[in-house]
Design a protein around this ligand. Sequence first.
Ligand SMILES: Nc1nc2c(c(=O)[nH]1)N[C@H]1C(S)=C(S)[C@@H](COP(=O)(O)OP(=O)(O)OC[C@H]3O[C@@H](n4cnc5c(=O)[nH]c(N)nc54)[C@H](O)[C@@H]3O)O[C@H]1N2
Ligand SMILES: Nc1nc2c(c(=O)[nH]1)N[C@H]1C(S)=C(S)[C@@H](COP(=O)(O)OP(=O)(O)OC[C@H]3O[C@@H](n4cnc5c(=O)[nH]c(N)nc54)[C@H](O)[C@@H]3O)O[C@H]1N2
Ligand code: SF4
Ligand SMILES: [Mo]
Length: 762
Amino acid sequence: MSRTALRICPLCEATCGLTLTIEGTRVTGARGDRDDVFSEGFICPKGASFGAVDGDPDRLRTPLVRKDGELREATWQEAFDAVAAGIRPAVERYGANSVGVVLGNPNVHTMAGALYPPVLLAGLGTRSLFTASTVDQMPKHVSSGLLYGDALAIPVPDLDHTDHLLLIGANPLESNGSLCTAPDFPGKLKALKARGGTLTVIDPRRTRTAKLADRHLAIRPGTDALLLAAMTYVLFEEELVDLGGLTPHVQGVEELRDAVRHFTPEAVTAACDIDADVIRALARELAAAPTAAVYARIGSCTVSHGTLASWLVDVLNILTGNLDRPGGALFPQSATDKTPRPAGPGRGFQLARWHSRVSEHPEAKGELPLSALAEEIDTATPEGEPIRALIAIAANPVLSAPDGDRLDKALDSLDFMVSVDPYLNETSRHAHVVLPPPPPSQSAHYDFAFNTFAVRNQVRYTRAAVPLEPGRMSESEILARLTLAATGMHGADPAAVDALVVQQTLGKAVKEPHSPVHGRDPEELAEQLTGENGPERRLDMMLRLGPYGDGFGVRPDGLTLEKVLAHPHGIDLGPLRPRLPQPLKTPSGKIELLPQPIADDLPRLTRALDERPDGLVLIGRRHLRSNNSWMHNVPALTGGTNRCTLHIHPADAERLGVRDGAPVRLKGAGGEVTAPAEVTDGVRQGVVSLPHGWGHNRPGTRLGHASTDPGVNVNQLLDGSLLDPLSGNAVLNGVPVEISPVTEAVTEAVSEAVTEKLTPLT
Ligand SMILES: Nc1nc2c(c(=O)[nH]1)N[C@H]1C(S)=C(S)[C@@H](COP(=O)(O)OP(=O)(O)OC[C@H]3O[C@@H](n4cnc5c(=O)[nH]c(N)nc54)[C@H](O)[C@@H]3O)O[C@H]1N2
Ligand SMILES: Nc1nc2c(c(=O)[nH]1)N[C@H]1C(S)=C(S)[C@@H](COP(=O)(O)OP(=O)(O)OC[C@H]3O[C@@H](n4cnc5c(=O)[nH]c(N)nc54)[C@H](O)[C@@H]3O)O[C@H]1N2
Ligand code: SF4
Ligand SMILES: [Mo]
């Protein structure tokens, strides 16, 4: 007998509602939930493979604890005992900063990842925090922090209503979108065109997204900030600046005009390899469109001017009056956002409040660069202790961060490491304890993070589709117990963690004059919370305190957990709406258009006007059926075009003697890798592309399928020294590499060496 259950898909940022078919406790099918208020039935091949991802036989079922050098199955009790015994001595002997915490991408795809790491970090008090954000969107946080006073205030393009979308360094037809949560992003781009709108794509590759565009410009990697600065220049020069309703909320327009005066289209054209006339046209089109949105992602962030590019994206939206207006780029208002405070000056955003120990990188948003993790472990300095113990939650930095080989060795040298991860992979193989979360079908789901970047305000919650398998522990309980074990409260009731958060949150809310619960008794409020467990009670609390909440009875029609549960396909909360000046938290209470740290970084951009790469530069790419490093173990999602090949333009291939399908050696500052060439004019000349998340050939992992076609780790080409200085974000795109075909002589030498090795055996 099969049944169905609803589950929000956690496999990418689009958050589609799925209808799962379940036989016994196994997910045997998945289709798009047509009644989902947000995704309306959309599904992609990854979502359709939910059952295979969920039921991967290589997923760990029990904790592993290292004994006599080997990871062995253990009980949860043994595992948490080992965590407490591993972390506490480091804290006590070497101080809080000697415990590192690494948070990977799937934390934004689980409820537990949103609810517990903040408590863990507060309890540990460590400054050694590294996350996937510094190999991803940290530049956007920094630019938002500086412009709006809030690193999380990220405007989202109003995809459903815009007339003109300028899309930079993003490929939503493969990625399904990022920092712009939109189920069926491809359909939304097609709808834009169908209603007479225009799409411009800036990408060194002719991607599937670029193929949809009215205009595609294959920019030279790493030069988007120059292009956008020149567009800004044109808006001023041609008097196209029109802030519209934003005027009272913006300061610094004249200072900005002066700051971009060097960046004429003629000055940037050679660096970007885009005609000056085209740059002018881009600016004019943006200004002329009834509504328009500039949207940029990975290709604009993971470059050496990532923060400047991210800032200029918003600058263009602001100068054309498109920020905070329908059809432009707006600030979503999610159901679990904090109670909106009245508009007015805030504390602003600070950078560089502390620095990393070895290379003295400034912190950003409380984080140190993931690129610096290896050196923070393997390098002693007089300033302080290296990291001795590491807590990795949903993170695979050996593949996702620069110089995996160095990190590999560094992780091996730790006194203690715990990984919360469903797989024994390139990173978790170093752990002394591995705590495996259950598969997604056995977990409840709410998108705390992605609803704050959604193109439509809505609220959806799905409970676990399948009960927890015997012997399993929910990821929430795992992280609550981990928090207790790491902070000196090992063995306490994990429910205490949720109770503490509830007590603190309500205690604070009742003191805030603008809160709907101002002046009430926090204990009485806590008693009103519903939900089957701690995470649900916390969700209920956040919904009720939030902008659409019932305010614990103040607005009886408002949201509660019960109300959301009564709407299993979600509740639509309407299109994005103008919200300014409420989101602003800058000291001036205005949008600070030319923040000092940005102004201080502009001379570096001026110098880039004259920089040209000597040889080839490397960029990445994503494939629809892949997801970072952890989905290559699912046969249904691998093979075909989803392979770790080097895209190279025919002209470059010919010049270098590279043949299609033949192995090519790539050399970068951090090392060498060899990958098969795929000669294609889909990538511009002077640029080669290799996807990330591959290199599944290290010993001691349990990735049966992935290891049959391991690919190579592109990040081995990086040495971790290239960063965007303001955000600490790794430069992953536009990296110089040397390329040479693996010659027949070398191939022969290799096969001879192999034969020699084999000879004694035969
Ligand atoms: N060269 C290059 N490098 C890149 C990028 C690039 O474009 N180019 N992209 C970067 C980006 S954008 C990102 S976000 C990072 C990602 O970097 P990471 O977050 O380090 O890598 P992921 O592959 O997303 O996987 C993280 C881990 O989470 C585990 N996991 C999966 N599901 C769950 C779960 O439900 N719970 C728990 N606890 N663990 C789970 C997986 O097994 C895996 O070990 O990579 C970055 N690296
Ligand atoms: N299928 C799939 N979906 C995913 C993921 C995945 O791995 N696979 N990862 C998820 C994650 S963690 C994230 S952060 C998002 C990322 O979502 P996107 O940002 O859409 O990611 P990409 O598909 O890597 O697109 C980046 C594009 O930038 C281009 N590019 C590279 N360098 C430059 C440059 O200097 N300038 C410009 N203008 N373009 C450049 C690349 O050619 C590429 O097409 O995707 C998420 N969704
Ligand atoms: S687009 Fe993303 S959220 Fe939607 S089904 Fe595919 S992987 Fe899941
Ligand atoms: Mo990401």
